[in-house]
Design a protein around this ligand. Structure first.
Ligand code: NAP
Length: 250
């Protein structure tokens, strides 16, 4: 197998399950050493680390709460101390939507604050800390959602706002970091078979009927798009959005 990422160090947030774990595997298959983060799934994170080591690369899991922006600089320091540098950052960890409409009496502000802290301000804190430490010609890939561009059904306003905000940040960061050869792009993922399930079978049915390719995706399909943007082959792509969402946004 070709190893275009050999000698590179990657950090994948939320690598203990779902798309993050699939991305960590794909980056390791391309030769990168991989750090992952998790918040509470210590056993799953340890399993992923074991799998990555079995692929012949170095790997470590770091426990942290992305919603606490103060933890971001320490995370980056820990990655650099463990691996000697940082070349690739995949901002994957996020919370999904409750499916409640904004006028639902149970749609509480605490949950809204937690989602924005995890999906938006926490990600930005990691990008800012990583940008200082990252080597030239690095790669930042932010994971968005088709819902950030086109909501398509009720109950997703809060989540859509976090992903749309991150899209704007992706473009601004791309401008700021281009002089160092660091690219910043977004992959807008779609419906995947992970623990972040849509809130109800009705919502799932409605979402699948909105797709051009009418099925859920395997996270490995989106991990392949992320790995491409993380590779040397994507050196002239920055500030871009790559939709890996079955044509939801078509
Ligand atoms: N699933 C979909 O259909 C879908 C669709 C479009 C876009 N996306 C996007 O794709 C990405 C991955 O989604 P997924 O479905 O793979 O999610 P998932 O299966 O729910 O996994 C979430 C990951 O994020 C970690 N995490 C959550 N909160 C955290 C926090 N505060 N601090 C640190 N880590 C935290 C979790 O760690 P623990 O295991 O420790 O909890 C886990 O590793 C997200 O950005 C999501 O918005 C997903």
């Amino acid at each position: 197998m070709s190893q275009p990422l050999q000698g590179k160090v990657a950090l994948v947030t939320g690598g203990s399950r779902g798309l993050g774990a699939a991305t960590a595997r794909a980056l390791a298959d391309s030769g990168a050493d991989v750090a992952i983060t998790y918040i509470s799934s210590a056993d799953k994170a340890a399993e992923v680390v074991k799998e990555l080591e079995g692929r012949g690369v170095q790997a470590t899991a770091f426990q942290m709460d992305q919603a606490d922006t103060a933890q971001a600089p320490q995370l980056i320091d820990d990655v650099v101390a463990r691996f000697g540098g940082l070349d690739i950052l995949v901002n994957n960890a996020a919370l999904g939507e409750s499916g409640r409409t904004i006028d639902d009496p149970d749609a509480d502000v605490a949950a809204l604050d937690r989602m924005h802290a995890t999906n938006y301000t926490g990600v930005i804190a990691i990008i800012r800390a990583a940008a200082k430490a990252m080597r030239d010609n690095g790669r930042i890939v932010n994971i968005g959602s088709g819902i950030g561009s086109r909501v398509g059904l009720p109950g997703f306003a809060d989540y859509a706002a976090t992903k749309a905000g991150l899209l704007g940040y992706t473009k601004g960061a791309a401008r700021d970091l281009a002089p160092r050869g660091i690219t910043v792009n977004m992959v807008q993922a779609g419906l995947m078979q992970t623990d972040m399930a849509p809130p109800s079978p009705e919502a799932l049915k409605a979402m699948v009927s909105n797709l051009s390719i009418q099925r859920l995706s395997d996270p490995a399909e989106t991990a392949a798009a992320i790995t491409f943007l993380a590779s040397p082959a994507a050196s002239y792509i920055t500030g871009a959005v790559l939709d890996s969402n079955g044509g939801y946004t078509a």
